[in-house]
Design a protein around this ligand. Structure first.
Ligand code: HMG
Ligand code: MG
Length: 299
């Protein structure tokens, strides 16, 4: 395979990034962040999560976020919906795309969404049906594709099995989550090959966390195989509340710098994105994990 000619970046900072803050961030700051990301040329922003506020209080203002957005034309604003209750609430807020999130690890599934992998798939089926009726696209996440905080190694065949189930159920794209960032490039490639035996590579996205500093190397490996959708978080914000010690996603600024260098088109203004990373980390008092953003802010 060869590199794709363009990449669609799915910015998950407002959700995956801010869900992990020790204190919830105010809605106005979230809305300003989403607006800045759109202004930097990002065309897909995961803006909120319609999960239980008891489980993730940081996302409790999902309705205010989804209805408070200044929508830009050509930009998709999506939200996580773990069940029908979440989907119905998201539909009331005029959402145009949602995501269900499963896992390749039984233990992570229990800890994250309080059910087994099989139960989660059964729970997602009516979500997909209802979303289809409402003309809303559904993305499918698979977590722990390169390791689990509770089970350690995860077999690529298990990742392929769950991915295939979500794809056959109607998810238009499957995002492969290295939730705890333990993957390395050859492992990432092997896992991708297993999944791509059943699902076209154009329907797969890479969602890599950077706990061990491997995310860019892992991305390079899967870009080389033709993956053309990358999830990332501005300034590398975040982590997962149900995976202790996992750090944020790969920083969006660093991904854009990498793909610019490879001659891959993204339509994103790197300077504006880096300024956004600088602004949000200053505003919420967190470290900026984007090396590119830090370097550019010193110029
Ligand atoms: P549960 O407790 O089993 O749910 O949670 P339940 O159906 O038994 O309901 C219990 C209570 O929750 C009820 O309220 C429901 O109404 C309420 P009560 O009667 O006690 O007052 N409830 C809800 N409230 C709001 N929105 C909803 C909802 N559903 C039920 N949608 C549930 C099951 C899935 C809801 C829960 O486990 C949950 O919310 N989990 C979310 C965990 C989460 O958000 N994790 C982080 C995101 S995943 C991630 O970060 C990984 C990813 O980035 C990819 C990667 O990196 O790998 C995507
Ligand atoms: Mg994640």
């Amino acid at each position: 395979m060869s590199f794709p000619s363009s990449v669609r970046l799915v910015e998950v900072g407002p959700r995956d990034g801010l869900q992990n803050e020790p204190e919830p961030i105010d809605t106005a700051t979230k809305l300003a962040l989403i607006d800045r990301l759109g202004d930097a040329g990002i065309r897909h922003i995961e803006a909120a999560s319609f999960v239980s506020p008891k489980w993730v209080p940081q996302m409790a203002d999902h309705r205010e976020v989804m209805t408070g957005l200044s929508r830009r034309s050509g930009v998709t604003y999506s939200a996580l919906t773990p069940n029908l209750k979440g989907l119905e609430a998201a539909l009331e807020c005029g959402v145009e795309e949602v995501a269900v999130f499963g896992a390749a690890s039984e233990n992570f599934s229990q800890k994250n969404i309080n059910c087994s992998v099989a139960e989660s798939l059964a729970r997602f089926a009516p979500v997909l049906e209802r979303a289809k009726q409402a003309n809303v696209r559904v993305r499918g996440y698979v977590s722990c594709v390169l390791g689990c905080p509770y089970e350690g190694e995860i077999a690529p065949s298990k990742v392929a099995e769950v991915s295939k189930a979500l794809f056959e159920m109607g998810c238009y794209e499957i995002s492969l989550g290295d939730t705890i960032g333990t993957g390395t490039p050859l492992k990432a490639k092997r896992m991708l090959e297993a999944v791509a035996a059943d699902i076209p590579i154009t329907k797969l996205a890479a969602h890599f966390h950077d706990t061990y500093g491997q995310a860019l190397a892992n991305l390079y490996a899967v870009l080389e195989e033709g993956v053309a959708v990358i999830d990332s978080s501005v300034a590398g914000l975040g982590g997962c509340p149900y995976a202790k010690g996992a750090s944020g996603n790969v920083a969006s600024e660093d991904v854009v710098y990498l793909i610019n260098g490879l001659g891959i088109e993204s339509g994103i203004d790197l300077d504006k994105l880096a300024a956004t990373g600088h602004w949000i980390t200053q505003t919420i008092g967190r470290p900026n994990r984007s090396k590119v953003s830090v370097a550019l802010s010193k110029k």
